[in-house]
Design a protein around this ligand. Structure first.
Ligand SMILES: Cc1cc2nc3c(=O)[nH]c(=O)nc-3n(C[C@H](O)[C@H](O)[C@H](O)COP(=O)(O)O)c2cc1C
Length: 325
């Protein structure tokens, strides 16, 4: 058992930051780690660009030693390419785990039979998992999946058993079908069915936005870990709130930060993010503005800041905007 997998033996419920393309960059992961996220995963990257050595793709999976345990998520439907990409990642970056994406519903991904497209072809899904597992003997392989293609084709139990049989060590389950996209509600009863069907740790995912829900989901389903996505956008402190609730601390609501603290976190995030692309105060930061929006929801003055963000071009513009609010 790898050191990463031992996290599931401590008796505590590890909290994952869900991979979210366009949001869970190295700087946002850093913030979530500071606030108690236990496990981080890169945004998904396709196997082929990794093999071709595309610089931007390799930059997207970069992480700092402090972010461990850290996983890199890959997607693709070709077992050979997936195996090659995984081996390259193991050799160059030594991630704590390599995660395979069997959940992405985006058209450009499922058109290639990748992501949730593989939920329609379980023999191929299993082949991809087996190929990756045998390519990285020193690294845990994990997977993240949805419940099935649509409500006429739930495959969560069969897929989970096949993945376990292929050597996948931890399984994250987002309780929706591909057809649901992000609509409706995650079905945690079906997540519980997966927990009962396999021996490996199951990490539950879907619609956790507060500590109370997190606690209830753990009690109701027996999941070994929780994965939190949209609820943490602009609210990295959600992790410490959930941690407190899971450890029985009744004061779990106490750490909701003031507006001032939220804006100071937003600025620090923007500064760290700008640095990851070598931008100094005077350089153009327009590319990162959309990532700041979630911090402006639900805080006093947030609407105005959000509207005015559009006119910021540099970090100094951003500092002036936040000082005024
Ligand atoms: C903007 C966005 C990007 C996402 N990108 C990924 C991704 O790269 N890989 C992945 O496995 N899931 C991705 N997801 C799905 C999330 O990881 C998660 O499964 C989903 O949002 C449900 O969890 P939540 O209700 O806590 O947000 C993405 C979701 C969103 C909203």
């Amino acid at each position: 058992m790898s050191r990463f997998e031992e996290i599931f033996r401590t008796g505590e419920i590890p909290l994952y930051l869900a991979p979210m393309s366009g949001f869970t960059d190295i700087a946002f992961r850093e913030l979530c780690k500071e606030h108690g996220a236990d496990v981080l995963v890169s945004e998904f990257v396709q196997s082929e660009p990794l093999i071709r050595g595309r610089e931007r793709t390799w930059r997207d999976v970069d992480f700092t030693p402090g972010q461990r345990p850290m996983g890199i998520q890959i997607f693709g439907a070709n077992p050979d390419s997936m195996a090659r990409a995984a081996a390259l990642l193991e050799n160059r970056l030594y991630p704590d785990f390599i995660d395979i994406n069997f959940g992405c519903p985006a058209r450009k991904v499922v058109e290639q039979n990748a992501g949730s497209g593989l939920l329609k072809d379980l023999p191929l899904l299993e082949k991809v998992a087996r190929a990756v597992v045998s390519a990285v003997p020193a690294t845990s392989v994990t997977a993240k999946m949805r419940l099935g293609w649509d409500s006429h084709a739930f495959v969560h139990i069969e897929a989970a058993k096949r993945l376990e049989g292929a050597g996948v060590r931890v399984l994250a389950v987002h309780g929706r079908t591909k057809a649901q996209g992000y609509s409706g509600e995650a079905d945690w009863e079906k997540i519980a069915e997966v927990v009962r069907a396999v021996q490996i740790p199951v990490v539950g995912n879907g619609d956790i936005r507060d500590a109370e829900t997190a606690l209830r989901r753990v009690r109701e389903t027996g999941v070994s870990g929780l994965m939190i996505g949209r609820g943490a956008l602009g609210k990295p402190w959600l992790f410490s709130q959930i941690k407190n609730a899971l450890s029985g601390n009744a004061e779990s609501g106490a750490e909701t930060p003031t507006t001032e603290a939220v804006f100071s976190t937003l600025l620090r995030y923007a500064e760290t993010l700008a640095k990851t692309r070598g931008d100094a105060g005077t350089q153009n930061i327009r590319w990162l503005l959309a990532r700041l929006h979630p911090f402006t929801y639900g805080v006093v003055g947030g609407k105005r800041v959000r509207a005015e963000l559009a006119s910021c071009t540099t970090l100094d513009d951003l500092r002036r905007l936040l000082e005024k609010n």
